[in-house]
Design a protein around this ligand. Structure first.
Ligand code: MN
Length: 471
């Protein structure tokens, strides 16, 4: 799960008595943050640092601790920043500069020189901010007292970005089949992706996946079918005894088989190609839906960039209401004053976007000459959401995000046999889409309804990737 280290800076000039008080106060700050209920990981207090060598060693220890996903630094008093240069030059973890102080209110009537001596982060943190800027250290900055819920919230959102970044840095993405023929925006530089984000994309043949699907124990399929009956409204023809029940069992075998394939390869994200389904009996879109809800990133058409974002969104949103999914901007309503985007895909939208009970249905899919695929059908809940994509500009990556409002469609879409979301882009339909197109934003995105764009801002900063937010 990971944790975050809390470093408190000071200097030996103050003497042991004052430094003991510094330690007590910074422990109280950490305790308040841990009790805030806003931060999804433990913040681990570290002894107050006053020497350059100790700072450098602490940074190296943080770098080499796989469980440490980030550092929070606070200069409780004044910590001359030359003490920090050697350590900061080694820093390989995300940094949050917390600009706070122990007490909330100035005790004007009793305030004396001892108080001034102890409570000087107002200028101590400026000294620290200067050296961070001088060294070009990317960081999140949070200002405020830790009793303010907004402070805990901001740190919590940054901690989520740290968790997502740590996951992506070691993510393995299985590319089962290649990029869809002739398509550009889903393709690009896999080595560049790994150098930038850490995530490794490896290719596998469909035959190996088919072997996994065929090897699924019928008892596992029975258990999944029972779970489906629990969670979904299944159309009669797919129910046990129904004339097309075998196709639901094929769908269950695909879910279990692909999950086993991914787990055996240490992968938490994948892509496949509807142009290369080998001996699979149907497009595994239902499997993609199910696995996304279990936290596996996914991209269709051999798109190996979007699975990284869908996986990151799932990690960063864990425990929050809403969900994360692949999304494709599909078709528009262009009536003046009622403009909106209908997002969907062949099948592969995650059920985490709805709190309603999805329908489990089967329909033909003209583009894919296979058995009709089973699929979950639902409307995404109305909610604020962020859609985000990775653009390969050749030599570097750009992320493009748009804050949108998912709304109810104007009428029930009874004829559309796939899961979907209908949304209004911020700041407005026309400027948002003009910006998206101008920035080279692609046609696949991750959508999340669990957090706002600020988490993607923190995520992109950690990797040093440009992010343009349209909002
Ligand atoms: Mn597509």
């Amino acid at each position: 799960m990971g944790h975050i280290w809390f470093l408190t800076g000071s200097q030996s000039l103050y003497g042991p008595e004052t430094l003991a008080e510094v330690a007590r106060q910074s422990q109280a700050v950490v305790a308040r943050l841990n009790a805030s209920g806003e931060i999804p990981v433990d913040i681990v207090w570290q002894p107050v640092v006053t020497e350059a060598d100790a700072i450098r060693r602490l940074v190296l220890a943080a770098n080499s601790d796989d469980e440490c996903v980030g550092l929070i630094c606070w200069m409780h008093t004044f910590s001359p920043a030359k003490l920090w240069i050697a350590g900061l030059k080694q820093l390989a973890k995300p940094l949050l500069h917390l600009h706070t102080q122990a007490g909330r209110e100035l005790p004007f009537a009793t305030l004396d020189q001892d108080f001034m001596n102890l409570n000087q982060s107002a200028h101590g943190d400026r000294e620290f901010g200067y050296i961070l800027t001088r060294l070009g250290v990317a960081r999140k900055i949070v200002v405020g007292h830790t009793s303010d819920p907004a402070v805990g919230h901001k740190i919590g959102m940054w901690a989520r970005a740290c968790l997502g970044a740590a996951d992506v840095a070691r993510l393995k993405i299985c590319s089962v089949g290649a990029n869809m023929r002739e398509v550009a925006d889903t393709d690009g530089d896999k080595v560049g992706l790994q150098i930038t984000f850490g995530a490794e994309v490896d290719a596998y043949g469909i035959t190996e996946v088919v072997d996994y699907v065929n090897a699924v124990d019928p008892a596992v399929i029975d258990a999944l079918v029972a779970e489906y009956a629990d969670r979904y409204d299944i159309v009669p023809e797919l129910r046990p005894g129904g004339e097309r029940h075998a196709m639901l069992r094929d769908g269950a075998a695909q879910e279990a088989g692909i999950r086993a394939f991914l787990d055996d390869h240490g992968a938490r994200a994948w892509t496949n190609s509807f142009q290369d389904l080998g001996a699979l009996r149907q497009l595994p879109g239902f499997a993609a839906q199910r696995l996304m809800a279990q936290g596996y990133g996914y991209g269709p058409e051999g798109d190996w960039k979007t699975p990284l974002l869908v996986r990151a969104a799932a990690v960063m949103g864990e425990g929050l209401p809403g969900g994360a999914s692949l999304m494709e901007d599909y078709t528009y309503n262009l009536v003046p004053g009622r403009e909106g985007v209908l997002g969907s895909h062949m099948l592969e939208i995650a059920e985490t976007l709805t709190t309603t009970r999805p329908r489990l249905e089967i329909h033909p899919l003209g583009l894919v000459p296979k058995d009709d695929p089973v699929r979950l059908v639902f409307d995404a809940d109305p909610a604020a959401a962020v859609i985000v994509g990775i653009v390969d500009l050749g030599g570097r990556f750009r992320m493009v995000a748009n804050v949108v409002d998912v709304v109810a469609p104007e009428a029930p879409m009874r004829c559309l046999p796939s899961a979907r979301a209908y949304w209004k882009p911020r700041p407005g339909f026309y400027p948002a889409l003009e910006d998206w197109l101008a920035l080279g934003g692609g046609h696949h995105d991750a959508i999340t309804t669990q957090f706002g764009a600020e988490v993607w801002v923190d995520f992109a900063r950690i990797f040093g990737v440009e992010l343009r937010v349209i909002e």
